[in-house]
Design a binder for this molecule. Structure first.
Ligand code: UDP
Ligand code: MG
Length: 320
């Protein structure tokens, strides 16, 4: 084990001016009690409120604070990646600014890391303050994803986790533009363990997620980690073709034996509409993948930064 390990705390921030103060207080209280030096890296994801100013004010009092200011809002997954890119610690802890992930869990995460784990995920045992529909849809999504992709994405874990330097370095090699961090975290592998905690409701501000964004994230997760939906399209096509063929045989037989008294409009309509639907779905699935290939081939940088001010590794003794 390392002798004087240094920690990096990475916090993506988007319009969180109502809670940053409280968050920083609780986080520093935890860090102050630890015998390690730490940097606190806030990634400002193009906030439109006063989050950045608040962080810069805090920075004057606390030299541990570093700020990566992105050029615009890139979304949490990319903000997180930017934070990992700039982090320098031997272990990096990723945590949300809204206090839904309790900073008080950090010592436990570190303890497990020092026992030799590379990834220590915080697993929530309850999700207070979230609607039953959100819990239900999250549950269904994770199970579908598990079925479809070959990598195991742990259930009920968010991004709140500790990862060791070598995991961070591995993650830095994955530069795809469409990022589903939970999937990428699992894809790199390494020795993983879990610590459970009670997920609290947000302390202030609003969740940045709405159902459309969640649906997008779900499609992102599935299409970046599995190509099985493409196979569904093929299987489904086969099934329909088989059915259509047998039905065709049946109709020919009936016409030959009994003759055809009516014009057959309803059956025609049903077949046309059904096949039209199947074709559209299939095209849609193919399109989702094609779109992703298109975006990836452009090879744009993941994000652009406005400024980066590094924090210094310091422990509580050198601050006061
Ligand atoms: N966040 C971000 N960029 C975004 C949206 C959110 O950096 O575009 C940050 C946000 O400030 C918070 C974390 O990501 O620190 C989690 O966001 P939120 O609480 O809205 O997500 P939820 O907890 O509802 O999944
Ligand atoms: Mg939250």
């Amino acid at each position: 084990m390392l002798k004087n390990p240094e920690l990096s705390i990475v916090i993506p921030v988007y319009n969180e001016d109502t809670i940053i103060h409280t968050f920083h207080q609780r986080l520093s209280a935890v860090l102050d009690a630890l015998p390690f030096s730490a940097e606190i890296l806030y990634v400002n994801d193009g906030s439109r409120d006063s989050s950045l100013t608040i962080i810069q004010d805090l920075q004057k009092k606390d030299p541990r604070i570093g700020v990566v200011d992105l050029s615009r809002n890139f979304g949490k997954e990319i903000a997180l990646s930017a934070g990992l890119d700039y982090s320098q610690g031997d272990a990096v802890i990723v945590i949300d600014a809204d206090l839904q992930d309790p900073p008080e869990l950090i010592p436990t995460l570190i303890e497990r890391w020092q026992q030799g784990f590379d990834v220590v995920c915080a697993k929530r045992s309850s999700r207070a303050g979230e609607s039953w529909f959100k819990k239900f849809s999250a549950h269904v999504f994770y199970r579908i994803l598990q079925r479809l992709s070959h990598i195991q994405i742990p259930l009920d874990t968010g991004d709140f986790r500790l990862i060791s330097r070598r995991v961070v370095d591995s993650l830095k090699k994955l530069r795809e533009t469409h990022r589903f961090m939970k999937g990428l975290f699992s894809w790199v592998g390494f020795k993983t363990t879990f610590v459970t905690y009670e997920r609290e409701p947000r302390v202030g501000g609003k969740s940045k997620w709405n159902y459309w964004k969640l649906i997008d994230l779900a499609i992102e997760g599935i299409t970046s980690f599995s190509t099985r939906p493409l196979k569904f399209a093929t299987y489904f096509g086969f099934l329909v073709a088989l059915y259509a063929f047998s039905y065709g045989v049946l109709i020919i037989y009936k016409t030959l034996v009994y003759g055809e008294p009516v014009s057959g409009y309803p059956s025609l309509m049903v077949v046309i509409l059904f096949l039209g639907g199947v074709q559209l779905i299939t095209l849609g699935i193919v399109g989702e993948y094609l779109g992703r290939i298109f975006v990836e081939t452009k090879q744009r940088p993941l994000y652009l930064i406005n400024t980066y001010e590094p924090g210094s590794f310091a422990d509580s003794r050198s601050i006061k």
